[in-house]
Ligand binder design. Structure first.
Ligand SMILES: *Cc1c(COP(=O)(O)O)cnc(C)c1O
Length: 416
């Protein structure tokens, strides 16, 4: 059998540390390896696989479009982009949407929009605009974005970084209020921090942040690339507190797990700062991406996946919270977006994740020694139960220290 992992190691860059499994096939919540072993996907490709793998309706939308018209660039109109943008705007209550590909590009678009809005609309003096972000954030991997990461490894040896960013503690609205100056353009925040460890802020935080931003003429930019599109049991996580942001970023699930599709959405007053030539992307909003993005939004509504995420997610959180095991430090989450933080002195989340793989459950550790659960939104309650049962057994093994040798000694691999 071809050594696929060896090929990646030999010819790739070592910027990921994959678990020792090679996936060759996927359908719904399941993935299969080379030996045709089946795994339940409790990770959902960092929320990109919200519809389950190879969803027939999405595959159909993609293949139909591919046979008809491919990329034409934004030099011309297409019959696909308008309907996609219109649907995204009506669903989210935003006035306008700008299509990009990756999540990081949507965030960069938001940063550019906020800065230009600050100069052209708010009246901040040239080159003085400040953007406030939250500690523990994850907004992508570009130079500008890692420049305001609080994870040392993401920044180490990649400087110098663009100035104009300030950090405040996540979940502390008064810290935001104190950080705002007349030059502040925007506050950029994830309503629930994903990569940072599935961090849920205190109740009322987002509503208070929205009030502070409005009172200071500062844009509220919500990065819902991971928390949006039903993940937390609402279309957007900010809707749990009735918050309508000034700018919104979507990605990951928006591409249906098939290809990268992202959007920056905003109020007209913000989006109108862009004029032809200001910003763009060769593949952004291409007819295939638009067809898939529209099909993804329609599938989300037609299959009632938001309601499912709320119901099955409540069940998942209930089951995780009722695990009685000394390893468990805290269970956090909302909807089908959950993290179980383990006592670092007792077990590394990375080792637990490797043992779960052997038990047929795919997931990935994230910051704060946390095992994440973000399965496809169409997961059945019985499938959640099966995965949580395996998780409970693995935690028992760790607590009782009866483990195979290949599990304990390995270091906690870096998270993506
Ligand atoms: C994944 C993620 C991004 C970056 O998306 P990419 O498609 O990997 O560039 C940005 N923000 C949040 C909240 C994310 O989870």
């Amino acid at each position: 059998m071809t050594d696929f992992a060896g090929l990646e190691a030999r010819f790739g860059a070592a910027n990921y540390a994959p678990l020792p499994v090679t996936i060759v096939r996927g359908a719904g919540v399941y993935l299969w390896d080379e030996a045709d072993r089946r795994y339940i996907d409790m990770m959902g490709a960092y929320s990109a696989a919200s519809f389950g793998h190879c969803h027939p309706r999405l595959v159909d939308a993609l293949t139909r479009q591919v046979r008809h018209l491919d990329t034409i660039s934004r030099a011309y109109f297409s019959d696909q982009l308008g309907p996609f943008l219109a649907r995204a705007c009506t669903l989210t209550g935003m006035d306008a949407a700008l299509p990009m590909n990756s999540g990081a590009e949507a965030v960069e678009t938001a940063l550019k929009a906020a800065r230009k809005w600050a100069y052209k609309v708010k009246g901040v003096p040239p080159d003085r605009a400040e953007i406030v972000a939250a500690e523990g954030n994850f907004h992508g991997r570009t130079i500008a974005i890692v420049g305001f990461s609080s994870v040392a490894q993401y920044r180490d040896a990649f400087g110098p970084f663009p100035p104009g960013f300030t950090l405040v503690p996540f979940g502390d609205a008064s810290a935001l209020a104190a950080a705002i100056t007349p030059a502040t353009a925007a506050f950029l925040v994830e309503p629930i921090q994903g990569e940072g460890g599935i961090n849920v802020p205190p109740p009322g935080y987002l509503a208070e942040v929205a009030r502070i931003c409005k009172a200071s003429n500062v844009l509220l930019l919500c990065d819902e690339i991971q928390s949006g599109l039903g993940r937390t049991g609402r279309l957007l996580a900010c809707q749990h507190e009735g918050v309508v942001p000034d700018g919104l970023m979507l990605g990951k699930a928006l591409g249906g797990g098939l290809l990268p599709v992202s959007l920056f959405l905003a109020r007209r007053e913000v989006m109108q700062v862009f004029t032809p030539g200001d910003h763009g992307s060769t593949f952004g909003g291409n007819p295939i991406a638009a067809a898939v993005g529209l099909a993804a939004l329609e599938t989300l509504i037609d299959e009632r996946l938001i309601e499912r995420a709320a119901a099955v997610g409540a069940h998942l959180l209930g089951r995780l919270s009722s695990i009685r095991n000394p390893l468990v430090r805290e269970v956090r989450g909302r909807g089908l977006f959950a993290g179980v933080e383990l006592h670092r002195s007792m077990a590394s989340a990375g080792a637990v994740v490797r043992r779960l793989l052997q038990a047929g459950v795919l997931t990935k550790d994230t910051h704060r020694n946390t095992v994440r659960f973000a399965p496809p939104l169409m997961i059945e309650q019985s499938q959640v139960d099966w995965a949580v049962d395996r998780f409970t057994e693995v935690l028992d093994e760790f607590a009782e220290r009866r483990l195979p040798e290949d599990i304990l000694p390995q270091p906690n691999p870096p998270t993506a």
